[in-house]
Design a protein around this ligand. Structure first.
Ligand SMILES: *[C@@H]1O[C@H](CO)[C@@H](O)[C@H](O)[C@H]1NC(C)=O
Ligand SMILES: *[C@@H]1O[C@H](CO)[C@@H](O)[C@H](O)[C@H]1NC(C)=O
Ligand SMILES: *[C@@H]1O[C@H](CO)[C@@H](O)[C@H](O)[C@H]1NC(C)=O
Ligand SMILES: *[C@@H]1O[C@H](CO)[C@@H](O)[C@H](O)[C@H]1NC(C)=O
Ligand SMILES: *[C@@H]1O[C@H](CO)[C@@H](O)[C@H](O)[C@H]1NC(C)=O
Ligand SMILES: *[C@@H]1O[C@H](CO)[C@@H](O)[C@H](O)[C@H]1NC(C)=O
Ligand SMILES: *[C@@H]1O[C@H](CO)[C@@H](O)[C@H](O)[C@H]1NC(C)=O
Ligand SMILES: *[C@@H]1O[C@H](CO)[C@@H](O)[C@H](O)[C@H]1NC(C)=O
Ligand SMILES: [Zn+2]
Ligand SMILES: [Zn+2]
Length: 685
């Protein structure tokens, strides 16, 4: 573990300001570039507690799994959302309690992660390369199986960090069945982790595990992603499927959507390859990448779980009825609920077009399953960790140390640096476009306020940005350097064409919104690789890839705006999967999900009398310049512009990552001393 080293490094630069025992007034007076922190308690000090807990105890089977995926650097938890306030230290404590509980019950518990460890929050993204500080914190969980995500491969330095450091910590538990990297020492391509893991559990189950990344093509050229269709023909794979020793269960992990009809998934290919050789051996899948809660039934002896994103969800899977030679295994542990559901494939949804092509197990099954999506908060963790119902008794020394190391790292990285106090929560999807609580409405105001060229400040201007430049909602409360990564991390600059006839300029927005979503070409040469990984998101593989394909979303982090009482559920996940609608561990109301346009437009310095200006400065993000020129030059618009007329509107270094902090410094200077935190995304305000 690299944990000790990190604490030393972090505390060496930490400047935790003593702010007494007061819970309030811990943000000192706001001064530029002064790091402000608050008093330290468990979870992250500022995090809020959940108010509603799990609906019922978990079902425990013969073998059980805890599954994380797409954590994307959110190891501090969601500091301004009550449903997801636990941090990685709490998770460390929870896994320890659950392992103990499994031993007491005489059953197996395996911990699984399916990749995408950074690009999402300041803890991972404020370092170069991303993940330098967050990966060693992540490594405090003793996972049994892990696999690689596409975000480990965009940037060469990150790929090498994963290869040289991360994969070495986990050894043969880190599975990259189809991902290789050029070893800088030998010049040869090698697997980053192991191709497979054959092992026997504590209770004697024989498991063959794989880790298969979807057919990703956006990787930097030091790595190689072998297509699943090719991988399944390789001799090592065929040998592993037909292993010389007994296999009681295949565990197919992968940064890969669990639903076969999802076009980016290659699980169907791998499943078919295993099933055609081993028609009756149970297969358990664990997937990711699409950032949703989902559970798919592949056949009567195969199911797969996907456990959301961003440390919002912890997946639980319990299975009983496995045939195995070992006598140590209890088929159904006593004193706890047990799994009861058979896997009944829904052919139309799981396998869509490929029904005929995909082989399935046809003999009867004795397997019984349960799946659950846990909200990532301490109330949930303490509830399920037996003997730790009191929150105060829940933390283990190691968990507490990890929480402290996160606090120290956040301080050292200046993540708690305060820009302002956001007076409300602004979401991307929970409010209609144009509504006051919609983030894009806020951005219009922010853009007109701070995207100003002093020498042209009186010239009327239109400012167009791509809504994909926003990554996450902006929650009510302190707006910090950390939030600048969470909400608008990309480093796109503002360019413009001066003096465009307003009659032409005003048509551009509708043209862009009627056209295709604008993807950014990735810039692999970028020195600033802390950001280049993120801009890569808007290449062919948008991650989450379904952001602009709303119809395909199965489960939304979403709720009706309600006034909360003691009995009414809080807004949150409401998931429908192949087992129905009872998968969410805490019952929530649904958060609405409204479609949003590709682009939005702000304006400033328009004539006060409401008349139309003759000409405007047309300002836009650098990577949509060609779309803008093309729109202006359409026949029906009548422009005659070229890219050579495009110049920077303001300093190139003032980017999409800069304007919200700049706006906060201007507009959100009230209540800095005691900035009220909201309940979270989707809650009534
Ligand atoms: C959360 O709950 C714990 C235990 O009950 C308590 O000590 C802590 O102060 C609470 N935190 C907040 C922010 O209310
Ligand atoms: C591995 O981790 C060490 C210590 O954190 C760091 O100095 C080194 O740069 C990392 N190696 C790579 C290849 O990133
Ligand atoms: C990757 O591309 C870079 C820049 O084009 C080149 O210098 C390097 O040799 C390439 N590396 C590999 C492993 O092909
Ligand atoms: C896949 O199946 C789900 C579940 O029935 C369905 O909602 C979705 O539209 C399908 N997706 C595609 C791409 O066919
Ligand atoms: C269904 O599969 C067939 C053969 O694999 C393919 O030609 C066809 O395009 C597919 N249809 C759809 C709607 O994907
Ligand atoms: C944090 O901010 C301080 C004060 O502005 C600065 O000296 C230090 O270099 C910053 N640290 C990092 C890691 O950015
Ligand atoms: C300018 O922006 C404001 C605020 O978004 C909006 O109400 C108004 O209609 C816009 N005016 C023009 C001419 O686009
Ligand atoms: C503002 O616009 C003028 C005129 O186009 C340009 O010369 C100047 O560089 C711009 N200012 C900044 C800070 O980019
Ligand atoms: Zn992801
Ligand atoms: Zn991904």
């Amino acid at each position: 573990m690299r944990f000790q080293g990190l604490v030393a490094v972090a505390s060496a630069i930490a400047t935790v300001s003593a702010c007494g025992g007061e819970e309030h007034s811990c943000y000192g007076p706001l001064k530029d570039d002064v790091v402000l922190t608050r008093n330290v308690r468990r979870m992250q000090p500022e995090a809020s507690n959940a108010t509603t807990g799990p609906r019922a105890p978990l079902e425990w089977g013969q073998i059980n799994f805890l599954h994380t995926t797409d954590t994307h650097g959110w190891l501090e938890g969601h500091i301004k959302e009550q449903n997801y306030g636990a941090d990685w230290g709490d998770f460390v404590s929870f896994t320890r309690h659950m392992k103990q509980k499994a031993r007491k019950l005489g059953v197996d518990l395996l911990l699984v992660d399916t990749g995408d460890l950074h690009d999402g929050a300041g803890l991972s993204d404020a370092t170069s390369p991303n993940g330098l500080v967050s990966n060693p914190i992540f490594e405090n969980v003793d996972y049994d199986l892990l696999t690689i995500g596409n975000h480990e491969l965009y940037v060469t330095e990150i790929a090498y960090e994963t290869f040289s450091n991360f994969s070495k910590v986990y050894g043969d538990k880190y599975l990259t069945s189809n991902v290789q990297i050029k070893n800088p020492t030998s010049g040869q391509f090698e697997y980053i982790g192991a191709q497979y893991r054959y092992f026997t559990t504590e209770r004697g189950l024989n498991i063959m595990a794989f880790g298969v990344l979807f057919d990703f093509t956006g990787n930097s050229n030091v790595s190689k992603v072998i297509k699943a269709a090719d991988m399944v023909k390789e001799q090592w794979f065929l040998d592993a499927v037909n292993y010389k020793d007994p296999i009681d269960l295949f565990v197919l992990t992968g940064h890969n959507p669990v639903r076969f009809n999802e076009s980016s998934s290659s699980f169907d290919t791998v499943f078919s390859a295993i099933r055609s050789q081993r028609p009756d051996v149970p297969i358990q899948g664990f997937g990711g990448h699409t950032h949703i809660r989902d559970f798919a039934v592949w056949d009567n002896k195969a199911t797969a779980l996907e456990s959301g994103r961003y440390c919002e969800t912890l997946g639980w899977l319990a299975m009983s009825g496995l045939e195995c030679s070992a006598k140590k295994v209890k088929k159904n542990p006593k004193g706890v609920p047990n799994p009861t559901r058979s896997a009944v494939p829904l052919r139309s949804t799981s396998t869509a077009n490929s029904t005929a092509a995909i082989p399935t197990s046809t003999t009867p099954s004795t397997l019984r399953y349960a799946r659950r999506y846990l909200d990532w908060n301490r109330l949930t963790f303490a509830y399920h960790a037996k003997g730790s119902q009191a929150l105060s008794a829940f933390g283990t020394p190691k968990g507490a140390a990890v929480s402290t190391s996160i606090t120290n790292a956040r301080t050292a990285l200046n993540l708690t640096k305060l820009y302002g106090c956001a007076p409300a929560t602004y979401c991307q999807y929970c409010q209609p476009f144009g509504a006051p609580g919609n983030i894009f409405t806020l951005l219009q105001t922010a853009l007109s306020t701070v995207v100003v060229n002093e020498t042209r400040k009186t010239v009327p201007r239109l400012i167009i940005i791509n809504t994909g430049s926003v990554r996450f909602d902006l929650a009510q409360g302190p707006f910090t350097y950390d939030d600048s990564f969470i909400v608008s991390p990309f480093s796109d600059s503002f360019q413009f064409i001066p003096d465009v006839p307003y009659a032409q300029a005003k048509q551009v927005l509708d043209i862009l919104n009627a056209g295709p979503y604008q993807k950014k070409k990735r810039d692999l040469e970028s020195r600033d690789f802390a950001f280049s990984a993120l801009t890569a998101d808007r290449d062919t593989c948008i991650d989450p890839p379904l952001t602009h394909n709303l119809a395909a979303k199965r489960s939304l982090p979403a709720g009706r705006l309600i006034r909360r009482t003691n009995t009414s559920p809080t807004p949150g996940y409401t998931t429908l999967d192949d087992f129905g609608s009872d998968g969410d561990d805490t019952i929530h109301s649904t958060i609405p999900h409204y479609p949003q346009p590709n682009d939005l437009q702000a304006n400033a310095s328009f004539p006060l009398d409401g008349s139309a200006p003759e000409k405007v400065d047309l300002v836009f993000l650098d990577f949509i310049a060609s779309y803008i020129v093309n729109a202006l030059n359409r026949k029906d618009v009548g422009g005659d512009f070229s890219l050579s007329q495009v110049e920077y509107y303001i300093d190139k270094k003032f980017t999409t990552n800069s304007y919200l902090p700049a706006y906060a410094k201007v507009a959100w200077q009230e209540n800095l001393e005691d900035c009220p935190v909201g309940e979270g995304i989707g809650f009534a305000q």
